[in-house]
Design a protein around this ligand. Structure first.
Ligand SMILES: [Zn+2]
Length: 64
């Protein structure tokens, strides 16, 4: 993954902005910053990112 690449909405061509979105997971909700198109509000989450974050969340819950 190239972190310097600016993600763009493939529909609008707008550069994505990081926005806090609330996810529901196992009857709990978590907020996390994800890339969102400022024009059409489409949220871009790759499957790998989503799965990675879910793993982080599960680990965080187990620690408490
Ligand atoms: Zn868009």
């Amino acid at each position: 993954m190239d972190n310097t690449t600016t993600w763009k909405c493939n529909k609008c061509g707008e550069a994505l902005v990081m926005k806090k979105v609330v996810f529901g997971y196992m009857n709990r909700s978590f907020s996390h910053e994800v890339p969102v198109c400022p024009k059409c509000s489409k949220v871009f989450i790759s499957q790998a990112l989503a799965e990675g974050r879910m793993v982080e969340v599960e680990e965080a819950l187990e620690d408490k």
